[in-house]
Design a protein around this ligand. Structure first.
Ligand code: PEP
Ligand code: CO
Length: 456
């Protein structure tokens, strides 16, 4: 493994990619056979990386620009990717939705949108319990395709190290396809017709979207004036992100590169720490403090201002621009009381962060017919409040983090088509959390632009 290269000194001499192993690591699977795990990790350590350090540093610079209000971050994708969904239509439809949303946002916010997918590595999930019991039988919980398989059998639920290699390959295939599409001009704002999805015409939102597309000439001219040159979207106009949950996997892809100091997580551009693993003294915080990527942390409703400040001290001691994004995910009923003290503390201490709202994860509920769902009204409500609370404190909401898909699923209730509980039976496909479908995603993008327009 490249971990032994000694030519470059790390900025944190007391840190190595494996230092997390001496801390408590929550949400990790139990592998039965250490040799089998170590064999897979050794193999992973030899495989090529998925992203490069200069892409990572370019993203960090773009996030720094978002921190001062020059860009808006759109981060979205599946709750959990699955190996089976590594297909051409699923990848390209997801890209289309994100591109359409970014078009709406560029048009409405009149500033460049930084597009980051929750994909090419979003294969590990935190769970509320380590095991699951059905009809008196207890098996390990499903932790995402990186670890095991969702079927309720002992074989499927066994943590299988071969999946680490398979996830790397699936991530590379996804990345390769996304890069090829973008290199071929798919993401070019001059050609929004490339992103049309078959059923767009039947959507109640089609009219408004088409009017925006018709206006795109104007926005392009606006942006070209803003940038002083013709806008060409080339190579990495799309960055990747995932929850860096399974630390063995992340460690094996943490490398040094020539002519750069320090260590990079080369499995993704922009890893984040989930809410359940963000303890100050936990293994995830220890791992994240040593990598040079831009990083994000999910911030839930129980986080106290002082704890957040201490976490910022550990994760961004040098106040490096672009380094740290805080993704608040409070819930529509809690954001009104929980967010403001955090914003005030960070502002008071003059800490440099990018604030992003995840209006999904605090709004999950179960229906009477047994589905995990989210109400569009709660998602939109949390986002609406987030803008107002930031404005009241004098901080800036610089982006959104969403779970969405380009498929015509029925997982979240409400939206322009008014989905009700009975609709969930029709096309509920998510393995974990309910995602916004195409229409609901676009509607949310439109709400964001209307809200920001009303605030200036
Ligand atoms: C997620 O983003 O899928 C997730 C589990 O979020 P959180 O850590 O905010 O609960
Ligand atoms: Co989720």
């Amino acid at each position: 493994m490249q971990h032994s290269l000694k030519t470059v000194t790390s900025p944190s001499p007391d840190w190595v990619p494996g230092s997390w192993r001496s801390r408590t690591a929550l949400q990790q699977p139990t592998y039965e056979d250490a040799d089998e795990l170590n064999g897979a990790l050794a193999q992973l350590g030899e495989l090529p990386p998925l992203v490069t350090s200069w892409e990572i540093l370019a993203l960090k610079k773009a996030i720094a620009e978002a921190q001062v209000g020059e860009r808006f971050l759109l981060q979205g994708g599946d709750c959990a990717e699955s190996f089976a969904d590594c297909t051409s239509p699923i990848i390209s439809n997801r890209l289309k939705v994100l591109l359409q949303m970014s078009l709406v946002l560029v048009h409405g916010l009149k500033k460049p949108v930084l597009r980051v997918g929750r994909f090419a590595g979003q294969y590990a999930k935190p769970r509320s319990a380590d095991s699951e019991t059905r009809d008196g039988v207890t098996l390990p919980a499903f932790r995402g395709d990186l670890v095991n398989s969702p079927e309720f059998t002992p074989e499927a639920r066994r943590a299988d190290p071969r999946r680490l290699i398979k996830a790397h390959a699936r991530s590379a295939m996804t990345m390769n396809f996304v890069r090829a599409l973008i290199d071929g001009g798919f993401a070019d704002l001059h050609h929004p017709e490339y992103w049309d999805l078959a059923w767009v015409d039947h959507s109640p939102l089609a009219g408004e979207y088409k009017r925006m597309v018709a206006n795109i000439g104007d926005s392009l001219r606006f942006m070209e004036t803003l940038g002083g040159e013709s806008i060409s979207y080339s190579r990495v106009d799309f960055y990747t992100s995932h929850e860096a949950l399974l630390l063995h996997y992340e460690e094996a892809l943490t490398r040094r590169v020539p002519r750069q100091d320090g260590w990079f997580n080369l499995s993704t551009h922009f890893p984040w720490i989930g809410m359940r693993t963000a303890a100050l003294d936990g293994a995830h915080t220890e791992y994240f403090r040593g990598i040079r990527n831009p990083i994000a942390v999910k911030v839930g409703p129980t986080v106290q201002p002082d704890d957040l400040l201490r976490l910022i001290d550990v994760l961004n001691p040098e106040e490096e621009p672009g380094r740290l994004t805080l993704i608040h995910r409070m819930g529509n009923d809690k954001i009104g009381t929980q967010l403001q003290p955090l914003l005030e503390a960070v502002k008071r201490e003059g800490r440099r962060v990018l604030w992003v709202a995840d209006p999904m994860h605090g709004n999950t509920e179960s229906t009477s017919n047994g589905y995990k769902t989210r109400r569009f009204a709660n998602i939109a409500g949390e986002l609406d409040q987030a803008f107002d609370i930031h404005a009241a404190v004098g901080t800036r909401l610089g982006g959104v983090h969403l779970e969405l898909t380009g498929e015509n699923v029925t997982e979240c209730l409400g939206g322009a088509r008014g989905l009700v509980e009975q609709d969930l039976d029709r096309a509920y496909k998510s393995m974990v959390d309910p995602r916004l479908n195409y229409e609901q995603s676009l509607e949310l993008a439109m709400l964001i632009t209307r809200k920001s327009a009303g605030m200036v």
